[in-house]
Design a protein around this ligand. Sequence first.
Ligand code: NAD
Ligand code: DAU
Length: 378
Amino acid sequence: MEERNKTPRLFFFTIELAGTNHGMEETVVVTGGAGFIGSNFVLDWLGSTKTPILNLDKLTYAGNLRNLESASKDPRYKFVQGDIGDRELVANLLKSERPRAIVHFAAESHVDRSIHGPDDFVRTNVNGTFGLLEEARAYWLALDEDAKKRFRFLHVSTDEVYGSLGPNDPAFSETTGYAPNSPYSASKAASDHLVRAYFHTYSLPVVTTNCSNNYGPYQFPEKLIPLVILNAKRGTSLPVYGDGKNVRDWIYVGDHCTAVRTVLEKGSPGQTYNVGGRSEKTNIEVVEMICSLLDELSPSDLVIPHNKLITYVQDRPGHDRRYAIDSGKIERELGWKPKETFASGLRKTVEWYLAHQAWIEEVTSGSYRQWIAEHYSA
Ligand code: NAD
Ligand code: DAU
């Protein structure tokens, strides 16, 4: 009862709007649309389709409605603050909105946080996804045959479920075995397995994407690229874990959004699609590239050249050595390809952070400061 009383006001507002799709196409529901990738997806969606979109987001520290200021003026956009684990809320939303798809981004997403406190990761990523699947199944079962065929549950997942590669191993493909190593990746792997099971057992038309490291506008500065941009601007140290030679395969967030849209429209139920930008880089290469860009674009910062700030710090426990994604399947079968190279995407990203001081000020107060103080103090 306690929990129910917390159901946000906006929820009731939305229910009043029930069924009023303004004579437009059927709605798509996204979860976690106020986070980094989710908000890029909502903005991209409104800019490139005619379809209404409803964003269900709990607004944890990682969710920020500022990202969606332009969307909030669009009559096709609705926001509901709530937890994906609130089954009654989800059931009512599905009943009132009658979406043709659910695109599931909501998750706890930061590996370091999962090491410090895994509970929320299991709660949201595993139990939350389970509740969402159950409510999606109940909703889907009651649809007519035509709507049933069209419905999709798109689960957004990560390459981290595949574990860690050696230097000469082939890139992860859709048939690579799961070997998650952090509480974060284990919770995402568990959710992927549940999604898979709902297809095989109940025929719920699910599709899963497993994507590599994203970067771009609106990424919360606990993650490597925005953290380094911010610290370099402020003249504080740029923490590189271990020897800096861990490899990540980077993709510009806009390319990930296009991939998700492509899979939603053309992907086959029950299939998984790996998504990556074919841009493997060591962490130290990434940090050096950011420093060079800032030397050029922000030459009057406190410490120049910016790479003087690079500091090797204690490694992340269980730090996966290398990720690399083979995105051949989505390229061949669905015709998707990334547009940005790492150099073009990184330049855009650095320029975006330099031009959005107000956004940075807002997200780097409160819980952000506390996280930085606790995590980098050892
Ligand atoms: P993020 O942490 O920036 O955003 C997560 C969003 O989910 C936030 O808006 C948060 O408020 C919301 N949320 C968290 N718990 C919730 C709950 N219980 N109910 C409703 N909303 C909740 O994450 P991101 O980086 O945008 O990642 C989005 C998805 O993409 C995640 O599923 C992640 O695993 C996956 N992914 C991320 C990357 C990456 O590099 N960031 C790469 C591949 C896959
Ligand atoms: O691979 C996809 C995953 O990419 C997503 O599923 C996750 O949600 C997302 O957070 C990201 O995980 P990583 O752990 O790879 O991202 P992060 O930005 O935290 O770290 C990138 C690399 O940089 C990693 O090898 C750790 C290192 N690192 C990170 C931070 C925050 C540092 O060297 N110093 C740092 O301060």
